[in-house]
Design a protein around this ligand. Structure first.
Ligand code: ADP
Ligand code: MG
Length: 616
């Protein structure tokens, strides 16, 4: 009684993206886990043997199936999740095509046990080659267990096509993680050949992220959260220091469904611009929730690709939300919110905005939420060029460093003040500068004050200088009166030999002297003479440290090492004059707000922000 699964009529079935659903054990894992989620389970266990080639089993405590449904579930286009075409536009479940179990039953031996709460006895069913070979009543707890055995037992060619166990298990873990990440309130476990690989207790999203991605993310996550009537975004991005050279920790979910989108990935990466080295990737776990009618999940057989009604809005929203989050946690002291070329190239952005279009857009909810001034993603209404150029960035205090929701809400109420580009900061010329703890410099600006970290600021200044020198204008050299000789190990000598042309461009004059030794004839003009030997040795050491980092050119690595090495250190006291020069030079840099590796060089405290802090 009360069976819920129905066959989809042909006209609907035909509108559903057809394609191969089961290509490898991991595809079955995805489908079975999603079915368990759709069934409302609070506990889902995945067991695999032989990387899923021998067995994939999912046990859930969801709502189970009636005996008729248990049989029906394996028919093609049999689903309880949609009834009519309109349902395709309001899908809230992971599944809807009614194809997964049918596909599994076609290529494996399947056993299922299931029971609903209202039934006293459950159903046991066995299927092979799409045929039910046994069905009987059984006693079973409420929920469902589906075992898929010997995948492709009847299609040996496909079976041979499977990769090594290590590779297939990796795919399984990927799918497992994608589902487990999206539902932190559900218990998940993964057992492989009898060994529990994952045991994920229900918890918050943050806990789930750390459980899955590891402790390196603990205390290194910045919370992202923006709401509009059109869409919400929430989740976490890793602080810039967690960015890695390899991709892997990037997760995007749209309405709880993991999706692959180079486009949205790009939106997040650009939000990190300047904060992380080029070609390194920030980790993130981001969720976008929006009306299902605004996304088409039906464009790809495994639903990993989707189409948005309005892609560029999503892009801009994601980018702005991430930038906003990073700024909130004072990871980026001040940000330039210009949109990147990709967006500016889009039709909707660079085509004329006619009056008709304007009206239609201006009356939409989406537009209205985007034009509220206290939103991070505020788009300016009037714009000469017609481009979405003048995004506003906002600034906040170090007090918001904590990742709690309250502090984030608190500071967003302070977001009225608008910070222009970092370069527009003007240090007041006639006010004295103050050094604190021989580390920080306080300088008054036209709109408040800034707290500069002397070492990090100097690192930025030197980096810019060396870069200019390395790309043309050679730096001035001061000749050593008593040239020092440097004797090196063979490997280091080879390295230094290699670096000589670059060293010359930044003002060093080093000459080979045979037998792995070198003479230092001159050093950059602005380096204090005296410890040049040590400086070069240190440089080689640092360079070696860096050299696994293939993404940087030799020259870039050298410049970075030099900048770090030569920067004045915290703990050094500075005169008024020195502080003034430092601050002036800092703001002459193209990106004064961050070091080459992405640390902030100063924090800005705006007057109106301070007023608010004092309740004025
Ligand atoms: P879809 O998920 O697209 O509906 P499937 O072939 O995956 O199609 O599943 C068919 C139907 O079987 C589902 O609509 C659902 O009613 C039922 N079903 C599948 N797995 C479970 C489960 N673990 N618990 C309860 N019902 C399930
Ligand atoms: Mg399904």
């Amino acid at each position: 009684m009360n069976d819920i699964i129905q066959l989809l009529p042909d006209n609907i079935a035909n509108q559903i993206a057809a394609g191969e659903v089961i290509q490898r054990p991991a595809s079955a894992v995805k489908e079975l886990l999603e079915n368990a989620v759709d069934a409302g389970a609070t506990e889902i266990k995945l067991l695999v043997a032989d990387a899923g080639k021998a067995l994939v089993q999912v046990i859930d405590n969801g709502k189970g199936m009636s005996d008729t449904d248990a049989r029906m579930a394996f028919e093609r286009h049999a689903t309880s999740k949609i009834r009519q075409i309109e349902d395709l536009f309001r899908i809230k479940t992971m599944g809807f095509r009614g194809e997964a179990l049918a596909s599994v039953a076609a290529v494996a031996q399947v056993e299922m046990k299931t029971r609903r709460a209202e039934d006293e006895l459950g159903t046991y069913i066995e299927i092979e080659n799409s045929k039910v070979i046994k069905q009987e009543v059984c006693s079973y707890p409420v929920g469902t267990s589906i075992s898929m055995k010997n995948l492709f037992f009847n299609v040996p060619a496909r079976r041979n096509f499977l990769k090594s166990n290590a590779a297939e298990l990796r795919h399984i873990m990927d799918e497992f993680i994608r589902v487990a990440m999206a539902f932190p309130e559900i218990f998940f476990s993964l057992t492989s050949n009898g060994q529990e690989v994952f045991h994920l207790e229900p918890g918050t999203l943050k806990q789930r992220i750390v459980q899955i991605l590891g402790n390196t993310y603990n205390a290194k996550l910045v919370s992202v959260g923006e709401k509009t009537d059109y869409m919400n975004i929430y989740g976490f991005v890793g602080k810039p220091e967690t960015a890695r050279k390899t991709r892997g920790d990037q997760y995007f979910f749209v309405n709880s469904r993991f999706i692959k989108s180079a486009y949205l990935n790009h939106a997040v990466n650009t939000a990190f611009d300047e904060m992380i080295p080029k070609d390194s990737f920030p980790g993130y776990v981001l969720f976008i929730d929006l009306d299902p009618s605004q996304v088409d999940i039906n464009v790809h057989p495994t639903k990993q690709e989707i189409k948005f009604e309005d892609e560029k809005i999503i892009y801009a929203f994601v980018q702005a939300a991430v930038k906003h989050a990073l700024a909130q946690f004072s990871i980026a002291p001040s940000l330039d919110f210009t949109l990147n070329a990709d967006i500016q190239g889009l039709d909707a952005v660079n085509k004329p905005f006619t009056d008709d279009k304007k009206q239609a857009v201006a009356s939409s909810n989406l537009y209205q939420t985007f034009t509220q001034k206290n939103q991070a993603h505020f788009i300016e209404r009037e714009n000469k060029s017609g481009e979405l150029k003048h995004w506003k960035s906002f600034f906040e205090s170090p007090a918001a460093e904590s990742e709690s929701k309250t502090s984030s809400n608190y500071s967003s109420s302070l977001l009225q003040s608008i910070t222009p580009k970092a370069a527009a900061i003007q240090v007041l010329p006639d006010t004295p500068l103050l050094q604190l703890h021989q580390t920080y410099i306080i300088a008054s600006t036209n709109s408040g004050f800034i707290l500069v970290h002397q070492q990090l600021a100097h690192e930025r200044i030197l980096y810019d200088k060396y870069s200019v020198a390395a790309h043309g204008q050679q730096m001035a050299t001061q000749k050593s009166l008593f040239p020092a000789t440097l004797e090196l190990a063979a490997a280091d000598a080879a390295l230094l030999q290699d670096l000589l042309p670059d060293l010359t461009s930044i003002g060093y004059q080093v000459e080979p002297f045979g037998n792995n030794s070198f003479v230092i004839q001159g050093i950059p003009a602005d380096i204090l003479p005296g410890n040049e030997k040590h400086a070069i040795e240190l440089l080689i050491e640092q360079f070696k440290h860096f050299s696994s980092d293939i993404k940087f050119s030799k020259r870039e690595k050298l410049i970075r090492c030099m900048a770090r090495q030569q920067a004045i250190k915290a703990g050094q006291s500075l005169s008024q004059k020195e502080m003034l020069v430092l601050v002036e030079e800092l703001f002459a840099c193209t990106s004064p707000n961050v070091t080459p590796t992405g640390s902030p060089t100063y924090l800005e405290f705006k007057e109106d922000y301070l007023d608010r802090m004092f309740g004025k």
